[in-house]
Design a protein around this ligand. Structure first.
Ligand code: ATP
Length: 606
């Protein structure tokens, strides 16, 4: 069973994974198409109105040349000037009304239709963001934030465009083309056939360059994702960049990606230019042929001038559907690949989920028991093997050992950031997989090595674990964490903006804020992954005091890198690649002269 589980963990669903069988992939395509259509459901009324307006736009485009034909026929007939005058004016009024209706329909289609697309786009973006909140640590180990941002923010724009233009463009193109062709056939069969024969060439030409545009756009999407990733990495790590004086290196790296993106856009624009120039040329050639052949047919008295002019107006109408269809083909490719990329994320299930029978964990006493725990990261060697350990309620246990033996990993298993691959972890005798994730994590306070504060004020950050905390509670937590004094010394006290990731604070201050944040949460079990970066003595002492106050009365597991900070721990466990090899309090371990004693001696001598 455990090998099955670990095999499943080693082959998790990935983005862009290929399907195992043709039928599976066919089913998935069907499901996705159905899901795609389902996004229209909440907007059905708007969609119907959009479609109706699209019909009006197409009808108006065909009606106008017909009206023009009537006007010209009256002009040419010229036998009764007075009645022709009024008929022309009347027809002018009709055309004006058609134009007014068409304008209103175009406005509706453009505004409301785009808004429908924008709503669907916003829904999908929200769905993606919500889903990403649920995905487990393992997912984030596998995927890069820059790429995810491209999917959540970049791709969704095309989705909105597709949801708006898809139905509308398809309908307008079909109606305009068939309406205009019907009029052409009505006026002159031979000329209409000529156009019908030429249309496939125009469509083939448009599709060819359309495909090239799509390919170029796909390439430029990948390039922009790489650009995003570089920007994110270089800006998030700007302090490291500058401290290594690597601005030039970063500039060059960025310039390479930026140039690649530019080149991919150049390809796209070249195809687009061919596409537009070709569409224009096609329209001109048809016009030219119609004028020459139509002129010959007028000379042969087989066609009237009014009909030829109407014919030419209808030819003008025909260019639009061809352009629209080509555009739609590209939009479909763009939007639908964006949709599929979004679905690929939405279809990934979180690795760590609540069991259907999961109960709420309420007020744990805080006994932790690890029984024969095995754990390996995906595609990685086993980090923890057959580890057993019991921590009594309220006990202060410190975990020490060489780097990379799995101390932080062990701490990540308690809040179920990852699930064990073998054995079990129990809190108060209940397997942590039998309680809901939210209730488990509510009772665990994790102060991680990598302090993360959000952009915003000091108070916002402190309230992160308990948004309803009163000002008094916030201040009490800050006092307990020895943070109140420095907070009050900030320009706006608790309302001071601390910048992205708390850059405006010192390392020690950031740590004390995270401890205060844990105070407010008031968890029964505390996990403290001590930062390896050395703080100055005074900050270290302040952080230490804050932590000890927080730990009082709670089960505490601390990963210690500076052994001086855990001398007073109830129990110190020495973890190595062979498991827990030593355990006891500081004095006992020093006496025994083992690994702990030598590690301690080594640190003391530095
Ligand atoms: N997210 C991850 N994905 C894959 N492997 C990981 C991941 N995190 C850690 N590891 C690997 O697991 C092993 C244990 O790492 P862990 O961070 O738990 O060690 P540690 O004892 O806490 O080290 P340190 O004292 O240096 O913080 C290491 O070999 C590490 O490379």
């Amino acid at each position: 069973m455990s090998s099955l589980l670990s095999r499943a963990r080693k082959n998790p669903p990935r983005l862009n994974r290929s399907s195992s069988t043709a039928s599976k992939s066919y089913n998935r395509r069907q499901l996705r198409l159905r899901k795609f259509l389902s996004y229209f459901r909440p907007h059905l009324r708007l969609l119907m109105a959009d479609v109706a307006c699209a019909v009006v736009v197409a009808a108006a485009a065909v009606a106008l040349p017909l009206c023009a034909n009537i006007v010209m026929s009256h002009l040419i007939a010229f036998n009764d000037t007075a009645s022709a005058y009024w008929q022309i004016l009347g027809m002018g009024g009709v055309m004006l009304a058609i134009v007014a209706i068409e304008t209103a329909a175009i406005f509706f289609v453009d505004y409301r239709g785009h808004m429908m697309g924008a709503h669907i786009e916003a829904n999908i973006r929200q769905e993606l963001f919500d889903h990403c909140q649920k995905l487990s640590f393992g997912f984030y180990d596998r995927h890069r934030t820059g790429q995810l941002m491209s999917r959540i923010v970049g791709d969704s724009f095309w989705l909105g465009e597709l949801f708006h233009h898809g139905p509308e463009d398809l309908l307008i193109a079909i109606l305009k083309y068939s309406g205009a062709m019907a009029v052409l056939f009505f006026i002159d069969l031979q000329l209409a056939f000529l156009i019908l024969l030429l249309t496939p060439f125009a469509v083939a030409y448009a599709l060819h360059f359309n495909r090239r545009m799509s390919r170029a756009l796909e390439a430029s999407k990948q390039e922009i994702a790489a650009v995003n990733e570089r920007v994110e990495d270089a800006l998030a790590g700007i302090r490291v960049v500058q401290s290594f004086a690597n601005e030039d290196l970063e500039r060059k790296r960025f310039a390479v990606l930026n140039r690649r993106f530019l080149r991919s856009r150049a390809d796209g624009y070249r195809s687009e230019a061919w596409f537009s120039a070709g569409a224009e040329t096609f329209a001109q050639i048809i016009t030219l042929l119609v004028v020459i052949l139509g002129g010959l047919r007028i000379l042969a008295a087989e066609l009237t001038i009014a009909d030829l002019l109407t014919f030419l107006l209808c030819v003008g109408v025909l260019v639009d559907p061809v352009k629209r269809m080509a555009n739609l083909a590209r939009l479909w490719q763009e939007g639908y690949t964006g949709f599929v990329r979004a679905m690929e994320i939405l279809e990934i299930d979180p690795d760590v989920v609540d069991r259907p029978s999961a109960r709420l964990m309420s007020n744990p006493k805080g006994e932790i028991r690890l029984s024969n725990v095995d754990f390996s990261y995906e595609d990685g060697a086993e980090v923890l093997s057959n580890l057993s350990l019991t921590i009594r309620p309220g006990e202060f246990v410190a975990l020490v050992g060489p780097s990379g033996v799995g101390k932080s990993t062990l701490c990540a298993l308690l809040p179920r950031f990852y699930d064990v691959t073998g054995g079990s972890i129990e809190i108060d005798g209940t397997d942590i997989r039998d309680v809901t994730l939210a209730s488990l994590r509510r009772h665990l306070g994790v102060v991680q090595q990598d302090v993360y504060l959000f952009a915003g004020t000091v108070a916002d950050n402190l309230r992160y674990g308990r948004p309803d905390a009163t000002d008094e509670e916030v201040e009490a937590a800050a006092r307990a964490a020895h943070a109140h004094e420095f907070i009050m010394a900030l320009p706006q006290g608790y309302q001071t903006d601390i910048g992205q990731r708390g850059v405006k604070l010192s390392g020690g201050q950031r740590q004390r804020l995270t401890i205060a944040r844990a105070f407010l949460k008031n968890p029964a079990i505390l996990i403290f992954d001590e930062a390896t970066s050395a703080l100055d003595n005074e900050s270290e002492r302040a952080v230490q005091q804050a932590f000890l106050t927080l730990a009082k009365g709670r089960t505490t597991l601390v990963i210690a890198h500076r052994l001086s900070t855990i001398r007073h721990a109830d129990r110190i466990l020495v973890l190595t690649g062979d498991g827990i090899v030593e355990e006891g309090n500081h004095d006992r371990l020093m006496e025994s002269g083992g690994i702990y004693a030598s590690l301690y001696g080594l640190q003391a001598s530095i």
